[in-house]
Design a protein around this ligand. Sequence first.
Ligand SMILES: Nc1ncnc2c1ncn2[C@@H]1O[C@H](COP(=O)(O)OP(=O)(O)OP(=O)(O)O)[C@@H](O)[C@H]1O
Ligand SMILES: [Mg+2]
Length: 349
Amino acid sequence: MIDLKDITVTFKNKASTVHAVQDVSLQVEAGDTYGIVGYSGAGKSTLVRVINYLQKPTSGTAIVNGQALGKLDKDQLWVARRKIGMIFQHFNLMNSRTIAGNIEYPLRYSKLTKAGRAKKVQELLALVGLSDKADAYPAQLSGGQKQRVGIARALANDPEILLCDEATSALDPKTTGEIIDLLKRLNQQLHITIVFITHEMSAVKSLCNHVAVMEDGKIVERGALLDIFSNPQQALTRDFINTATQLDTALAEVRKQPAVINLPANARLVHLSYTGASTDQPLIAGLYQQYGITANILYGNIEFLQDVPVGNLIVILTGDTTKLPTAFSQLRDQGVTVTLLDPKGDAVD
Ligand SMILES: Nc1ncnc2c1ncn2[C@@H]1O[C@H](COP(=O)(O)OP(=O)(O)OP(=O)(O)O)[C@@H](O)[C@H]1O
Ligand SMILES: [Mg+2]
């Protein structure tokens, strides 16, 4: 559906050169909800704007819906873009037009009759739950409602892809949840492929089936959501995940506990993370039965990602430390990610 190959975007002006995107390849399959996470300036917006060619890459090819966008002339590109909707952090609505007027705007060149357009607008309003706001103006709407208008407008030409650039970043957590539920529904009911840029891994966690993490213009890690959450490889990815799962907050609390401050020589502070099938296995009991290692659980959390349980435990394991490496490899064989934590450190590493 989306195939970006070796995309580089360099901004040059007299004073400086910015390598916003550096040699990035990215494949998004039809029906995916693909999250792109990164801190400010990582190059997320620039990369995503290549998908609809609002940003022409300095080098590389963007193939969307089987078409190499760089090979299209102006008119062909205009047609291709109509199949790619986009929504933004600050909604970008036209304040002088009504809600219905905003949603109708992208239909101004469509072949629909006036009545056909009005019907389409009604359908879109109903789809996003704003049928009663047709004649209101943007200034009369809440942030969440404005974003619903943005979504309805983006869907006017029945796109196959919806690009979301920080679409929930200006919203409170409850409203963010509602917009994410709407996007999920659009993905499931209309099979729209979604690319969702954010600096909040928690939004990715509830919406996406894939995630890529960007830093300094590059994708440093990518994969299926569950794989990334249960076994992140990069420190940056772990940072984002620990914030989203609130593991960083939990760990800060755990490190204040006397049992951790006075950790004996035969004890280790350990983070265990596991998904799906592994959760059914009596991990902790097994450690004791086979290795005589006891576990003191300091923090535990299970949540569901795409209906699969993902567990996180912070434990103190105490016992014969020479047996720990064997015990750890057995846990890893069972699909558990085992991370030794520094009792005094300030980050999970
Ligand atoms: N039109 C432009 N001209 C010059 N530099 C630009 C332009 N657009 C983006 N940049 C630079 O490219 C880099 C990547 O910017 P980009 O907007 O893609 O990051 P981002 O990950 O979307 O950040 P944010 O989370 O703040 O939106 C930044 O250093 C930015 O200053
Ligand atoms: Mg951006």
